[in-house]
Design a protein around this ligand. Structure first.
Ligand SMILES: [Zn+2]
Ligand SMILES: [Zn+2]
Length: 244
């Protein structure tokens, strides 16, 4: 990706971020924004940023404006959601924008919309998943695709480039802020902790991966509520499954 294609204006708001700007070629989208449902419902903002095409990544948020073109990728935040089955249509819609400004949105603009944008970056801009992740984080500070989507994007990357840029360990969320971060330090327990949390770690901090494993061992004989437990309490469920 050439430097000119990077959004030159920094615009990073919890509801709106300017994620990408085209170079001179006008057959592609001019600008891509990532935003929340609130953004998608705001006539003021839609007009201000001259959005004419919208990728709606939610199940229920209405396609509100009759004068915009929409495509809905009904993606749920569910841990079993099949992102890859819907991704290609989203990428095609964005790519088909011919100089228009596009908004990709979900409820909060944190996981689903970001994942679709990452897929687009990989496919159309030939960035690796690692590069795409860093790129989107720099443009949208709240970006935090869930680990299910990240795993599917790893598959997508393998299909595209035949080569992974991330390992499963990279998807292990920080045990404190629960965010995926590739810059990490090792805790005494050997779990990875993101560098941001590591710097301000209180002395008595308990690593959530460790405390989770402890609870899991205690739960050993009553597995019935384990699946809830897996999805709500510990982001590190792939690892935990091995313990199971
Ligand atoms: Zn952290
Ligand atoms: Zn630990």
């Amino acid at each position: 990706m050439e430097e000119t294609k990077y959004a030159s204006v920094k615009m990073d708001h919890p509801h709106w971020s300017l994620a990408w700007e085209a170079g001179p070629a006008k057959d592609r989208p001019a600008r891509i924004y990532i935003g929340s449902e609130k953004a998608a419902k705001s006539r003021t903002w839609m007009t201000k940023f001259n959005i004419t095409r919208v990728v709606n990544c939610t199940l229920g948020c209405p396609n509100k404006f009759g004068d915009k073109e929409y495509t809905r990728l009904a993606i749920s935040d569910d841990i079993n959601e099949n992102l890859l089955g819907k991704l290609s249509r989203g990428i095609r819609f964005v790519e088909d924008s011919h100089g228009a400004n596009v908004l990709i949105h979900c409820s909060k603009g944190i996981s689903r919309s970001v994942s679709v944008f990452i897929g687009w970056l990989m496919k159309m801009e030939k960035l690796t998943l690692r590069q795409s992740f860093f790129y989107v984080q720099a443009k949208r500070s709240v970006a935090d695709p869930n680990s299910n989507f990240m795993r599917q994007l790893m598959t997508f990357e393998l299909n595209l480039f035949n080569q992974p840029s991330l390992t499963p360990d990279d998807l292990l969320p920080c045990p404190f802020c629960l965010k995926i971060c590739f810059e990490f330090a090792l805790l005494a327990c050997n779990h990875r902790c993101c560098i941001h949390c590591f710097k301000k770690l209180p002395k008595n901090a308990t690593c959530s991966h460790c405390s989770y494993e402890e609870k899991l061992l205690k739960h050993n004989n009553s597995v019935e509520d384990l699946s809830d437990f897996l999805h709500t309490m510990c982001p590190n469920f792939e690892e935990i499954k091995k313990i199971e």
